[in-house]
Design a protein around this ligand. Structure first.
Ligand SMILES: [Zn+2]
Length: 451
């Protein structure tokens, strides 16, 4: 008798592998953290310590949210209907200065549990409230407590007061790299937690700052991410100080590499896209905040055609108001169809690939994540289309991208463990209890802001 840790029977399986293999009625076996079997049949006389009969459900690789600011989960709706710089000064920047470690921890649980509930198995936290190292520890602790796979990006700002960057966030880049190093030593990175760094935004980074960070990342083989060309302000600052376009500056200092994850990229030129493809830069496309802040719509089909790897992100909940990957996927498809006046310019299959395989490549884990194949990490979701919004289901990919919501996610499996199933979280935190604790902390946060 072959005994596996988990066996999922009778699911429609979208492997998202190179051959786009779909198994109409198949089985998956998991041993430890890995997929041990995917196929129409299972090995003879096989059983699972845990078994799920997935009859009527669809199995997909887990989605990867490549950009979020977790503390903003406490700030939903603040600064609504303002453009980026004004919005930042009404929400993220003032509140980011006063939130406590406990509030960061609860925000992490809120964001990660919503992510798990919307089919996301990995999340990349872009962390920039660096005034107190305990805030980072609390955020990491909160992420890890939910069972989600995490990338923690400890960023830095070494200028930017004239654009409103609070002085308590600003520090020299070499000191920031010291902090990154301390985090890497403390948390002993593994496949469940990676530590990266990155400049926050172009208007809060000096040329020397980019260079210091780059030297550290090259010598330590660390990946990095940054907000790039989200609005015209990014270039305005760069022209004023360095007399050139930000992508020109980054290319000149050797910053454009396959370790880089560029976020937003609304205003990329055809020449930028060509260089991203040439250097292997990945993009994190965040459609909700780009629309919400009126920043614009990035040239995603153009990037895909040029061979640039595109992943998806939700961004902070202060500029999205949720951490919902399913909604992000729908927006990513619809806005491109609309502005190009071409329904075929981006397909449901391409959007799911961005969320799964594109995300895996963007975080340097395409050999372990992004598809359902033997030997890969068992990160996957069971999607149940039998709900009013999503039934009948004629085309599984169209259903996921255009007609889904949290209620469709029956199970979320991370690293071989069922971390979410039918409304319950394996970590033991209940939604009611979490919201009650957050309500108390939100009142304290508001009182501190007024006082
Ligand atoms: Zn962001």
């Amino acid at each position: 008798m072959n005994t596996y840790d988990l066996v999922i029977r009778n699911a429609m399986i979208h492997t998202m592998d190179r051959d786009k293999r779909v198994i109409n009625r198949g089985n998956v076996a998991v041993q430890g953290d890995r997929i041990a079997w995917v196929g129409e049949d299972l090995p003879d006389r096989c059983r699972g310590i845990q078994e799920i009969d997935a009859d009527g459900m669809i199995l997909f690789p887990g989605f990867i949210d490549t950009h979020i600011h977790i503390f903003q989960s406490f700030l939903k709706g603040l600064g609504a209907d303002h453009r980026l710089i004004e919005w930042l000064n009404l929400s993220a920047l003032p509140y980011g200065q006063i939130m406590t470690p406990r509030q960061h921890m609860l925000a992490a649980q809120l964001a990660c549990m919503e992510a798990l509930k919307s089919g996301c198995t990995s999340i990349c936290e872009f962390f920039y409230t660096n005034q107190d190292p305990d805030l980072a520890h609390a955020c990491i602790e909160g992420m890890r407590s939910t069972g989600i796979r995490s990338v923690f990006i400890r960023t830095f700002q070494d200028t930017g007061e004239e654009y409103g960057m609070p002085s308590i966030f600003i520090e020299p880049a070499d000191r920031a790299m010291h902090e990154v190093e301390a985090l890497r030593k403390r948390y002993h990175e593994d496949d469940m937690l990676s530590i990266w760094t990155g400049p926050d935004v172009t208007w809060s980074t000096t040329k020397q700052g980019y260079q210091t960070m780059l030297e550290y990342c090259q010598s330590e083989n660390v990946r990095y991410s940054m907000h790039l060309k989200e609005t015209e302000v990014d270039n305005e600052m760069c022209f004023r100080y360095y007399g050139k376009d930000i992508v020109d500056l980054l290319e000149e200092i050797g910053f454009l590499t396959d370790r880089m994850l560029a976020v937003h990229c609304v205003n990329l030129t055809p020449d930028d896209i060509r260089r991203f493809a040439e250097h292997g830069v990945s993009i994190s496309h965040n459609p909700a905040p780009n629309l919400y802040l009126g920043s614009g719509i990035p040239p995603i089909p153009e990037n895909l055609r040029a061979g640039v790897n595109v992943a998806l992100g939700t961004d902070g909940a202060a500029s999205n108001n949720s951490t919902d990957m399913l909604e992000t996927m729908k927006l990513a498809a619809l806005i491109q169809k609309g502005i190009h006046r071409d329904a075929s310019v981006i397909t449901a299959d391409q959007v799911i690939r961005m969320a799964a395989c594109g995300g895996a490549r963007a975080i340097g884990m395409e050999d372990r994540l992004g598809t359902l194949e033997i030997g890969k990490k068992a990160d996957m979701i069971l999607f149940d289309p039998r709900h009013l919004k999503s039934f009948p289901n004629h085309d599984a990919e169209a259903t996921v991208v255009y007609a889904s919501s949290e209620e469709n996610i029956d199970a979320t499996i991370v690293n071989g463990k069922i971390v979410y199933r039918k409304g319950n979280f394996e970590c033991g935190i209940t939604e009611t209890e979490l919201l009650r604790e957050i309500a108390v902390e939100v009142e304290k946060m508001k009182a501190k802001m007024q006082g």
